[in-house]
Design a protein around this ligand. Structure first.
Ligand code: SF4
Ligand code: MSK
Length: 631
């Protein structure tokens, strides 16, 4: 059986996309590939980070002949401000998602639409935060924990509560460097204030605030999003599902959920299982209702349920081009405004559900804690009624899909590690078996592969080729976001993919019964990765900066990725980027983000837009960490 297992190549995925673009041409609609051509070459000033439009004396652009803006701002000041504004945009976005999750928990009730599913995770958090639990109704506990989480966002004094989970050494470093994150709202406002015309022009101060703002996300807003979601929708544990466009079904009603916040998709899943809805689907000639996911909403769904994943960021138009998308429902973030015009060329119904993401040509049905079930039921019903409206001449479903073994939350990873311990002599619920493998060299280290797709590089190619090379070198991968979905599409989340690993990693995969790439969730779930490295560092008795573990975002594109990169670096993890961080016009900024942060927090960026070069430097970086540890 395992001999027959083959990965799907990027060429095969591109052939699917090309075939779907024929349909786009047939119906007269553009896709991202057309728009990339129209936008190339990009504005050189923007690419180098030296265009400033912060005040109306500008826009000012830095050139050799005009080395300062009208106010006197240099390339370093302008690129630094632009960089901090990106980090603040990303921190705000993740964190507001987290805040919405906390509000859903605050509104949760036994007879409402949102419930407590993982009571033990809630009780653990309540204990951590000093919330009384004895003899109390679980929903009273949930509401008090949720209120504390919400109040974290704007508390006037003190630091983020979640940072107490970090290692002693990290907390000391953050305090010493004056980057310990305060309330999320405070850090984002500080960033906007600092970058207003006439304020900070010192690049180092701008980089420090980027780190602090990022930390308020990774050890604040994002962690809130992950923890609240786990409490309400369940903590992911390992299970099988499937990924890629081949999961769209010809004979079923297909409902695609896209975005990030699982509050909407959880309701769609629930009502798609309603016997009344299934009966209605049969009545219109469908064999069932196939709810599938895109982007990080897809990750949230596939991590907790057997829901299949239709694709990552650059497949959002393709999924409609299959001609069998009966409804696409979006919540927030990473949604192309072009979904509306594409859906209009097909029978597809397009619903927006959040005041945060209002998009032309959609039907706007805002979802709240009070109406979530009714709205979800309406959407599912309308999707079913839309099934007979498909146009056969516009249908093409690519066949590629793979089994994906997903659900590797920290709890999920520990549950697999416990299976390789001897319960009579070993401790359970620790990362010690993993640490032993790394110390002995069976595993060389680990890479956290994260981030989006970006047409500046060949989509998915960097993710997949870098992963394959790392696996062959006995480096285990944890992945989130569109990187995890690239792995899923290629087949790297199938346990049989261990055949592409070096001998050591292959043995570990067999013993622990895991795939070589562990899917840890959505982009807010990079907070899980922070807890994973912290847990490993604590169990090992060393600091996170010493671990042979690095981050890699080979195809990143969003402001959220800038925030993530900042908190990953601030947590002491070197981060390898395959896309330029838009500060190349400032030598000082380049120096600060690659070398300067190493002096502050012990880690920095390594930038290489060539995936072959990038993976080589990752392997070198991991081996250097091993050498420093004497292993
Ligand atoms: Fe130009 Fe300075 Fe205004 Fe920026 S803040 S647009 S550099 S004058
Ligand atoms: S969805 S932020 S394209 S990972 Fe989280 Fe993918 Fe990047 Fe969006």
């Amino acid at each position: 059986m395992s001999q027959e297992f083959k990965l799907t190549t990027v060429e095969q995925m591109e052939a699917d996309q090309a075939r779907l673009r024929e349909t786009a041409a047939q119906v007269g609609i553009d896709t991202w590939q057309d728009r990339v051509k129209n936008q190339t070459p990009h504005c050189g000033f923007g690419e180098k980070g030296v265009c400033c439009r912060i005040c109306a004396m500008g826009p000012c652009r830095i050139t050799p002949k005009a080395p300062k803006g009208i106010c006197g701002a240099t390339a370093d000041a302008i690129a630094g401000r632009n960089y901090l504004r990106m980090a603040a945009g990303g921190a705000a976005t993740h964190s507001d998602h987290g805040r919405e999750c906390a509000w859903k928990l605050y509104d949760a009730s036994e007879d409402g639409y949102y419930h407590v599913t993982d009571a033990s995770k809630l009780l653990k958090l309540a204990k951590e935060w000093g919330v009384k639990t004895d003899g109390r109704d679980i929903y009273d506990v949930a509401h008090e924990v949720a209120e504390l989480a919400i109040n974290e966002y704007g508390k006037p004094t003190g630091y983020q509560r979640w940072t107490e989970r970090a290692t002693e050494e990290r907390r000391k470093t953050w305090e010493k460097e004056d980057i310990m994150p305060r309330a999320v709202d405070r850090e984002v406002v500080t960033a906007m204030h600092m970058t207003h015309m006439g304020n900070t022009a010192d690049a180092e101060a701008l980089v420090r605030q980027s780190l602090r703002c990022g930390l308020s996300d990774g050890w604040g807003g994002s962690m809130t999003g992950t923890e609240m979601s786990d409490i309400m929708y369940g903590t992911p544990m390992p299970h099988d599902t499937e990924g890629n466009l081949g999961v769209m079904e010809m004979d079923q009603v297909n409902i695609v959920c896209h975005g990030h916040d699982p509050a909407v998709s959880e309701m769609i899943i629930r009502f798609a299982e309603d016997p009344e809805m299934l009966k209605l689907a049969k009545k219109v000639g469908a064999k069932g209702i196939n709810v599938v996911g895109l982007c990080c909403t897809g990750n949230e769904m596939m991590m907790r349920h057997k829901i299949k994943m239709a694709g990552n960021f650059l497949q959002q138009e393709a999924v409609i081009l299959t001609g069998v998308c009966d409804a696409i429902v979006v919540d927030v973030q990473c949604i192309f405004p072009n979904i509306g015009p594409v859906a209009e060329c097909f029978h597809t119904k397009f619903y927006t559900t959040s005041p945060i993401a209002r998009i032309p040509l959609s039907e706007y049905l805002p979802i709240t804690s009070q109406n979530a079930g009714e709205v979800a039921k309406k959407i599912v019903k309308e999707a079913i009624e839309n099934f007979p409206n498909r146009e056969p001449g516009k249908i093409f479903i690519p066949e590629h899909k793979h089994i994906a073994n997903v659900g590797y939350s920290c709890e999920g990873i520990k549950s697999r590690l416990d299976t390789v311990t001897n319960s009579r002599i070993d401790e359970i619920d620790t990362y010690k078996p993993l640490i032993e493998c790394v110390k002995s060299g069976v595993l060389r280290g680990a890479v956290a592969m994260v981030g989006c797709n970006n047409p500046k590089v060949r989509p998915d190619y960097s993710h997949i080729e870098i992963m394959k090379k790392l696996l062959a070198n006995d480096i285990v991968i944890v992945a989130t976001g569109c990187a995890a979905q690239a792995a899923s599409k290629a087949g790297l989340l199938d346990k049989r993919a261990k055949q592409f690993c070096g001998e050591g990693l292959r043995r570990v995969c067999t013993l622990a019964d895991i795939p070589p790439v562990l899917h840890m969730g959505s982009c807010v779930d990079i907070s899980r990765m922070m807890l994973l490295v912290t847990g490993i560092a604590k169990d090992w008795g060393i600091d996170t900066t010493q671990l042979p573990v690095v981050g890699c975002a080979p195809e990143w594109m969003s402001e959220k990725a800038v925030s993530i990169a900042n908190y990953v670096v601030a947590t002491g993890i070197d981060t390898y980027l395959g896309i330029d961080p838009l500060v190349g016009g400032s030598p000082q900024m380049m120096q600060l983000i690659t070398e300067g942060t190493k002096k502050m927090v012990g880690a920095g960026y390594i930038i290489n837009t060539n995936p072959d070069g990038l993976v080589e430097s990752i392997i070198e970086g991991i081996e250097a960490k091993r050498k420093a540890l004497g292993i």
